[in-house]
Ligand binder design. Structure first.
Ligand code: FAD
Length: 425
């Protein structure tokens, strides 16, 4: 079967079958439960940043690119804080079913009109930041243009975003920001041993390609099968077009392997960050004490499971050479990754931009964790209230949701395998 990627992955001592079984049985169900909680479903993001690289892009998205306003989250936060406030323009916006070309400004009204008291209380959600080790550009959470988005209301799925606009984004990522001469029209194979790429640059390419494969798996798994009746479901032929060995001249299975590689990197980051969340001073704060405690318990369970994975990726193999060269390489790695996160502001489809931003930020957070080993190890000896390593709420939400996306993709591969075998019978 074309999507039956098997065997050991390059650059790590892990096989696909072990990941499938571990993810689908141990990780996926727990993660889904966690991600439906209030702490993780509300993500603060600025979808109105201008594209820093070109200006000739369209502002108007497609119907299914619209990001629905967050009807529940601000209401929920205000109730929690016992604040009697409901901005009129918000209730008006919430009553409209945004169907046509979206206007992201609509979403912005909510946060900009909060009372001082509410705004102050919302600060509780925030943590100190650790700018220096960032791999990713974070949106300014205080900007009035940043808004809470309910991720459960806006699932990642087929939007119809394609053609030259989408290609320009991917092309700019691969060609200019991926350490390699690459054109989507004439792709080189960066995994070939003669590609001249060191292990770090190869890993970088694989992470981006894995993210691309995951996005394309989602859009095939939640495809608009019938616009009239709004039927969404698996589109096997769409999936085949993208990943079939023959149809893609061998590229499809490699891309799926990159998806597994990305999975391993993010899983490893979760395993390493356990001490940060184990601190008694850490709370998944939403103001609902009982639920917050239960969620923290669930989160720790998940991280212990992640830690128990027997075949973790060994990140010490990266940036391990000559110290000066390794430092330079790490800086390049960071800068290039930051650039990719800025390119997300050029994605015209707002729904794709939302999930693209979230997933690059989540991966950036995973990389920050992987390369902050010393600070994390020092954590138990540090004062509980002021640890040497910090994650903002935005980083935490993006880290777990990004991993949730990859975990769902791995689960979807199994679904596609069984759909295909049913078709053959
Ligand atoms: P594309 O996927 O656009 O790929 C362009 C070229 O890149 C291919 O021809 C191939 O040569 C190469 N390529 C493809 N996959 C890989 C890979 N894994 N690794 C390396 N090279 C590869 N669409 C939706 O419907 N829903 C979404 O949520 C969504 N989110 C998106 C988020 C971002 C950030 C971007 C840039 C696009 C998003 N899209 C989304 C669009 C989607 O990814 C495709 O671009 C679109 O479906 C057109 O697909 P395509 O077959 O033309 O090839």
């Amino acid at each position: 079967c074309f999507c039956q990627v098997t065997g050991t992955l390059d650059d790590c001592a892990c096989d696909v079958e072990t990941i499938d079984s571990f993810n689908n049985k141990e990780i996926f169900p727990k993660l889904q439960k966690l991600l439906s909680s209030d702490y993780f479903r509300f993500y603060k993001v600025n979808l109105n940043n201008p594209c820093p690289f070109w200006t000739d892009h369209s502002q108007c998205g497609l119907k299914y690119c619209a990001v629905k306003p967050c009807t529940e989250c601000i209401w929920h936060i205000l109730v929690l804080l016992d604040v009697d406030y409901f901005p009129p323009q918000y209730s008006e916006a919430a009553s409209q079913d945004i169907e046509e070309c979206e206007k992201a400004e609509k979403l912005g009204a909510v946060d900009g009109s909060l009372s001082d008291e509410t705004r102050q209380a919302l600060q509780e959600w925030k943590k100190h930041d650790d700018e220096s080790d960032r791999f990713c550009m974070l949106d300014d959470e205080d900007s009035p243009k940043s808004q809470y988005v309910d991720l459960l209301l806006n699932p990642e799925r087929f939007t119809g975003y394609k053609g030259p606009e989408a290609w320009r984004i991917w092309n700019s990522i691969y060609e200019e920001n991926c350490f390699k001469p690459y054109s989507v029209k004439r792709p080189l194979n960066p995994l070939a041993s003669n590609s001249g790429l060191c292990v770090e640059k190869r890993a970088f390419f694989r992470l981006v390609s894995g993210l691309h494969a995951s996005i394309n798996t989602h859009l095939s798994a939640r495809y608009l099968l019938d616009g009239k009746s709004r039927l969404w479901g698996h589109n096997v032929s769409e999936f085949q077009q993208r990943f079939d060995e023959e149809l893609t001249e061998g590229e499809g299975p490699k891309r799926l392997r990159n998806l597994y590689f990305l999975y391993l990197i993010e899983l490893r980051a979760l395993a390493k960050i356990l001490p940060y969340f184990e601190r008694p001073a850490f709370h998944l704060y939403t103001g609902q004490r009982t639920q917050d405690n239960e969620n923290k318990k669930l989160l720790l369970e998940l991280l212990h499971v992640a830690k128990s994975f027997p075949l973790h990726f060994d990140e010490t193999a990266l940036f391990a050479g000559n110290k000066k060269e390794a430092m330079k390489l790490k800086e390049d790695f960071k800068m290039t990754f930051k650039n990719i996160s800025r390119i997300m502001d050029c994605v015209e489809c707002f729904k794709c931009r939302l999930w693209g931003k979230l997933q690059t930020q989540g991966l950036g957070t995973a990389l920050k964790i992987l390369f902050s080993e010393r600070q994390i190890e020092a954590m138990p000896n540090m004062s509980n209230t002021n640890p040497s390593f910090q994650l903002s709420r935005q980083e935490i939400v993006s880290l777990f949701n990004a991993f949730g996306r990859i975990s769902t993709s791995v689960r979807e591969l199994e679904n596609f395998r069984s759909l295909l075998s049913n078709l053959k019978q």
